[in-house]
Design a protein around this ligand. Structure first.
Ligand code: NAD
Ligand code: IPM
Ligand code: MN
Length: 356
């Protein structure tokens, strides 16, 4: 078997712990099923590297990562050590340079995990990941003076919007409910967001089987809480998708549960897989980090790497093992269990091997 070459970027805080969990689970699935093979290369970049070198990564880090089949990232950021926009930019730069325009963020409830709302959710948030509100356009003028003006310009291109909406229709079409909701704020933002509306209407003609609807972000935030079951596939701009994905984590019971895939659907560049959550300085080093989001991101990575589907049995086994652990309370404190990150990971590994 030709191995898939995976770059590991554990990063900061709990990113390191949950990356270790994901790797262990992948290695277990690899040896249990024998349907794929992985070769990991570790990069210890991030805030500790910054303390030694004065930079977060070597300048050519994207060039280095471009040689891999995929990238697995834990989390970046340690605001007490490094200004948060600098660490964020390393990740945002990768998403842009590798044209990972579809950020796929599944969110589901699990039997056995208490949720703040009484609901049964199975949704996928697809976030535009290459432009929009995250375009680095703007500046601070007359900085520090009473006349200071800061501009943070959002850039939405027809090409960029069309491709992520099209991708979302394709995902919706393959799902059982075949429902797609687009989130904008086109009543207040009349240029870019009305373009989103126009493109959405145009594309909906091409996907007659998909039930397509639109909501404004304010109403969507309310509906995520009042009727979360009503959402199937959700597509949103970069910032709105970011906000809704943390909200989806709150709804499913913990932000620690939710995985993500930053995809370059054309496969011209490596895609990047990471849990939705950040480095969680408040629990770093305590063994309390829930590894589920990272482990499920690893399963998404296997699905993605194995283009012919030959490894999907491993991805499914990982998902089943995680669900079983959660159902039995073999889990971390955020979801009501009393296991450490390493213990929960061990439970997932045991369940994968015992299934055979
Ligand atoms: P966060 O996601 O790190 O944490 C938010 C809350 O959720 C915290 O209370 C944390 O303890 C909890 N939480 C997060 N993941 C958890 C897990 N796996 N298990 C249990 N509880 C978990 O968000 P934040 O505190 O706003 O940000 C901390 C740092 O992480 C910042 O530097 C931020 O910029 C960065 N960040 C990075 C990423 C990323 O790398 N993709 C994502 C979000 C935030
Ligand atoms: C995420 C994070 C990042 C984002 C931060 C770290 C810049 O919140 O992956 O959701 O906003 O995209
Ligand atoms: Mn976020």
């Amino acid at each position: 078997l030709e191995p898939y070459r995976v770059a590991l970027y554990p990063g900061d805080g709990i990113g390191v712990d949950v990356t270790e969990s994901a790797v262990k689970v992948l290695e277990t699935a690899e040896s249990t099923f024998g349907t794929f093979s992985l070769e990991f290369t570790n990069f210890n970049w991030g805030c500790n590297y910054y303390e030694r070198h004065g930079i977060l990564t070597p300048p050519d880090y994207a060039q280095t990562l471009s040689k891999f089949d995929s990238i697995f990232l834990g989390a970046t950021g340690w605001p007490a050590k490094v200004p948060d926009h600098l660490t964020a930019d390393v990740l945002l730069g990768l998403r842009r340079q590798f044209d990972q325009y579809a950020n796929v963020r599944p969110a589901r409830t699990f039997p056995g995990v208490k949720t703040p709302l009484d609901c049964d959710v199975d949704m996928v948030i697809i976030r535009e990941n290459s432009e929009g509100e995250y375009a680095n356009v703007g500046g601070r003028f007359a900085q520090g003076t009473p006349n200071e003006v800061a501009m943070q310009t959002a850039v939405h291109t027809r090409r960029g919007v069309e491709r992520v909406i099209r991708y979302s229709f394709e995902v919706a079409e393959k799902r059982q409910r075949q429902k797609l909701t687009m989130i904008t704020k086109s009543n207040a933002q009349r240029y870019a967001m009305v373009m989103w509306d126009d493109i959405f209407e145009e594309l909906s003609m091409e996907f007659p089987h998909v039930q397509a609807g639109r909501q404004h972000i304010d109403a969507a935030a309310m509906n995520f809480v009042l009727k979360p079951e009503s959402f199937d596939v959700v597509v949103a701009s970069n910032l709105f998708g970011d906000i809704l994905s943390d909200l989806s984590g709150a709804i499913t019971g913990s932000l620690g549960l939710n995985p993500s895939a930053n995809l370059n659907p054309e496969r011209r560049f490596p895609s990047l897989f990471e849990p939705v959550h950040g480095s969680a300085p408040d629990i770093a080093g305590t063994g309390k980090a829930n590894p589920t989001g990272a482990i499920l991101s690893a399963a998404l990575m296997i699905d993605w790497l194995s283009v012919d589907g030959s490894a999907s049995i491993a991805g499914d086994a990982i998902r089943a093992a995680v669900a079983e652990c959660l159902a039995r309370g073999e889990s971390t404190p955020d979801v009501g269990g009393n296991l450490t990150t390493a213990q929960m990971t061990q439970s997932v590994m045991t369940r994968i091997t015992h299934k055979l």
